[in-house]
Design a protein around this ligand. Sequence first.
Ligand code: ADP
Ligand code: ADP
Ligand code: ZN
Length: 215
Amino acid sequence: MKLILLGPPGAGKGTQAKMLTDHFGIPQISTGDILRAAVKDGTPMGLRAKGYMDSGLLVPDEVVVGIVRERLQQSDCKSGFILDGFPRTVPQADALRETLESLAKDLDAVISLKVDTEALVGRLTGRRTCRQCGRGFHVVFDPPRQTGSCDACGGELYQRDDDREETIRKRLSVYSEQTAPLEAYYTGAGLLASVDGMLEINVVQQRIRGILQAR
Ligand code: ADP
Ligand code: ADP
Ligand code: ZN
C-alpha cells in the first residue's frame, strides 16, 4: 500500500496515518516529525528549518525532497508507506514522481481529508503532541487516558510552538496557496479520493480503509 494523506494542518493526517501504520504494518513518513526531530537534535538541517517552521512557512523544497528521497530507499518501505505532510507543493509532487519512477514504485491512492477551517483552528489549538513518538491527542476530541502522557509510549505531551492561533492562520493560508493545488494535480493523475474528515476519528479510519480495499 503506497499512500499519500493530503489535507490542511489539523485535518487528521497524523492521527489517521498512525492508525493505518498499526493496521497495515507499513511505515508513516511524516516530514513534520522528521523536521521536528532534526530541530530538537540541533542538526544543520534542523537549524535551517526552524525559522520557517516557527513562522508557519514551508521549509524549502530541496530540504524535504532530500529527506523523503532517502527515507523511501530504506528497506522498511519495500511493501508500502504512508506519506503524511508530503508533498506540499507542486515541485515536491514532481520530485516524488521522479523518485518513485526511479524506484519502480507506483502510488495506490491520494486521500484528501476535508475539514472546515473553523474546526481546524479548534483542533490545532487543542492538540497535544507526544515528544517521544509524535502521536497527537486532543484535550477534548481525543484525550489521553492520563493527562499529559502518551497512551502509546508514556512520553510527555506538549503543545507545539506552531499550534498558536496566529501561526495557525498563517499555516492555513500557506496551505490554500501552495498545497491545495495538489488536489487538482492528483485528480488529474486519477489517484485522488476525498474523505469527510469532520467525522469521528474511527469513522474516518473506516472510510479510508474502504477506499483502499476497493483499489
Ligand atoms: P501539520 O501536521 O500541522 O500539518 P506538520 O507537522 O506536517 O504540520 O508540519 C509542521 C511544519 O513543518 C510545517 O508548517 C512546515 O514548516 C514544515 N514542513 C513539514 N512538511 C513539509 C513539507 N512537505 N514541505 C515544507 N515544509 C514542511
Ligand atoms: P494533521 O496531522 O493533519 O495536522 P492531526 O492528526 O495531528 O492533524 O489532528 C489534529 C488534531 O485534531 C489533533 O489534536 C487530533 O487529536 C484531532 N483530531 C484528529 N482527527 C479528528 C477527528 N476526526 N475529529 C476530531 N478531532 C480530530
Ligand atoms: Zn508517544
